[in-house]
Structure formats: structure tokens, C-alpha cells
Design a binder for this molecule. Structure first.
Ligand SMILES: Cc1cc2nc3c(=O)[nH]c(=O)nc-3n(C[C@H](O)[C@H](O)[C@H](O)COP(=O)(O)O)c2cc1C
Ligand SMILES: CCCCCCC(=O)C(=O)O
Length: 303
């Protein structure tokens, strides 16, 4: 990859642009970067795979119905996706008050097709009825996601795929060590953009703890609040191998479709290059821990 900036999985790109995830895939491909396609995408995996040539990862949730998750993994595998990103911070959906107020379902109102395009024909859901007084997404999630999600599911996933598995949603050293023991090929420090647990720590503040716990065994990625190239530099200095970017790409899509998403990725790349130049780093390998000072460093310096 020419740059350590990856497109994070976010669902429902057709809310932002009519081409949906196909536009995102093309933007990522034009920038030679990896796109992680969300389980909750509004385009089918097949459409995204055939839209352009690129390296892609597939993000998965563990459903009560394991056969649904397994079928999606097999589809992604057969379409040349290179890794599975298992999101582990969503055994249930967080309380999203705006979604509840707005009775979020998107428009048209159906939850599966066209909203969750990949589930069409895979599962039945009484999805033509308005969620009463709440978020239809939450209603759907509570019926389908498996709240008993645990380490045994990583074992299960490993038993059904040969693809490398990255765990997304790790925010502690303890879980990072367990992830490595469980055979994860990578750890993604993420709090789901603060959409799940209130008071989950900011990811930049726990990144170093996770990097130390992993001890170089597997790559550590991070997402959450990466908005400037200098944020990328900070994450790399604290030990991340790459960052993932979610909302900025979504906003780019909403503004100008594929061109907008591409512009966002290009802007971040240029800003990263500038920040590196100003820090005296000709390559990402030259970014070191000494390039950042954390709040912890400042406190320790006073002791
Ligand atoms: C609208 C939206 C949809 C998302 N959908 C998913 C998803 O389907 N799967 C997932 O693992 N994370 C999902 N996320 C979380 C992102 O992958 C990412 O962890 C988070 O947005 C933090 O990155 P950001 O601050 O750059 O947006 C979603 C986030 C947003 C904002
Ligand atoms: C399959 C139902 C859960 C979708 C959650 C999408 C998501 O991760 C997010 O909106 O955040």
C-alpha cells in the first residue's frame, strides 16, 4: 500500500450516494488503498467485487443464525476478499438516541433489501412494519445479532475460513493479548466511533497499551476521529501499523459521490505527507514514538 490509510467499514452508503459502496470501492481503488466492506452495506458483495480491481476486506457480525454469517464469509472468500474483520464490540446495538427519535429505517422503509442488500434471500424478517416508537435498525439488530458473542466465536470463525481474521473493537491490553492467543491476524483498536458504549475510551488514548500488549505479534490498526494527516502520524508514532477512516469518507460520498470519497482519501494522504515532512520523516518507517508527546508523558515528566 502506498499509504497507511484504510477505509473503515460503515454501512448504508446509498444513504450518501446512489452508487453506494460501489462508489467507495472505486474511490479506494483509485487511491490504491484497502476498503473494508461493511456487513451492513447497501450494495451486494458481488456488485462491489465486480466494480473494480482492489484489495478488499470483509467486515462481519456474528448472527444468532451462524449459517447467515458463514454464507457471507464464503461469498466474500470466493469473491477474492483478503481478510475478515470481525467486529467484536457489537453483541447488541448501542442506544442511538437520534435513531430512536427519527425511527431510523432509511427510506424506503424496508430493512433488508435494499438497506441490507446482502441479507436478501438469506433470512426472513418482518421488515415492512414500522418499528413502534423506536429505531428499526435497533429492532432488527436485537432480533439478529448474537448477544452471547465471545472468544469461542473467533474459534468458530477460524474453523470456517482460511482468511486472516482481524478483531475490530479492542480497547484494552487484556483483550489484545486474548485476541493474539485466539489466533487473530490483526487487532483494530476501535470504539465504533463512540456509537456503542458510552464512556468507552478515546482510541488514541488506549492505542499504546494495546500495541505494548500485542508486542509486535500481529499488526495493530486504529480508528476513531482520524480527521487530519497529522492524526495519522500520531497514531503511527504510538505504534499503529495503519489507521482506518469512517465518517470522513462517508461525508465525501455525500458531498460528491465517488469523487468526494476519493478527494477525502487524497487529502488525508497529502496532509500525512506534509506532517511527515515537517517532522523530518521521509518514510512512515521514520516515524517514531519520539514524534509525539501524550498527556501521560507530560504528567510523567512532572513527577
Ligand atoms: C454511519 C456509520 C456506520 C457504521 N457501520 C459500521 C459497520 O457496519 N460495521 C462496523 O464494524 N463498524 C461500523 N461503523 C464504525 C466504523 O467502522 C468506525 O469504527 C468508526 O466510525 C470510527 O471511525 P471514524 O471516527 O473515522 O468514523 C460505523 C460508523 C458509522 C459512523
Ligand atoms: C446488522 C445490524 C447492525 C448494524 C449496525 C451497523 C453499525 O455498525 C453502525 O451503524 O454503527
Amino acid at each position: 500500500m502506498p499509504s497507511p490509510i484504510i477505509v473503515a467499514p460503515t454501512g448504508q452508503h446509498k444513504l450518501a450516494t446512489p452508487e453506494g459502496e460501489v462508489a467507495t470501492a472505486r474511490a479506494a481503488a483509485a487511491c490504491n488503498t484497502i476498503m473494508v466492506l461493511s456487513f451492513s452495506s447497501s450494495c451486494r458483495i458481488e456488485e462491489v467485487a465486480s466494480s473494480c480491481d482492489a484489495i478488499r476486506f470483509y467486515q462481519l457480525y456474528v448472527y444468532k443464525r451462524r449459517d447467515v454469517s458463514a454464507t457471507l464469509v464464503r461469498r466474500a472468500e470466493s469473491l477474492g476478499f483478503k481478510a475478515i474483520v470481525l467486529t467484536v464490540d457489537t453483541p447488541v446495538l448501542g442506544r442511538r438516541e437520534a435513531d430512536i427519535r427519527n425511527k431510523y429505517a432509511g427510506s424506503p422503509r424496508r430493512m433488508i433489501a435494499p438497506r441490507l442488500a446482502n441479507l436478501e434471500g438469506l433470512m426472513s424478517f418482518d421488515d415492512d412494519i414500522d418499528a413502534e416508537g423506536g429505531s428499526k435498525l435497533e429492532h432488527f439488530a436485537s432480533q439478529t445479532l448474537d448477544p452471547s458473542l465471545s472468544w469461542k466465536d473467533v474459534e468458530w470463525l477460524k474453523s470456517i475460513t482460511t482468511l486472516p481474521i482481524l478483531l475490530k473493537g479492542i480497547v484494552t491490553a487484556e483483550d489484545a493479548r486474548k485476541a493474539v492467543e485466539a489466533g487473530a491476524a490483526g487487532v483494530i483498536v476501535s470504539n465504533h466511533g463512540a456509537r456503542q458504549l458510552d464512556y468507552a475510551p478515546p482510541t488514541i488514548s488506549v492505542l499504546e497499551e494495546v500495541v505494548k500488549a500485542v508486542g509486535g505479534a500481529v499488526p495493530v490498526l486504529v480508528d476513531g476521529g482520524v480527521r487530519r494527516g497529522s492524526d495519522v502520524l500520531k497514531a503511527l508514532a504510538l505504534g499503529a501499523r495503519a489507521v482506518m477512516v469512517g465518517r470522513p469518507v462517508f461525508y465525501g460520498l455525500a458531498a460528491r459521490g465517488e469523487a468526494g470519497a476519493r478527494h477525502v482519501i487524497e487529502m488525508l494522504n497529502k496532509e500525512l505527507e506534509l506532517a511527515m515532512a515537517l517532522c523530518g520523516c521521509p518514510s512512515v518507517g521514520d516515524i517514531t514514538r519520539a514524534h509525539v508527546q501524550t498527556q501521560g508523558d507530560r504528567i510523567r515528566a512532572l513527577l
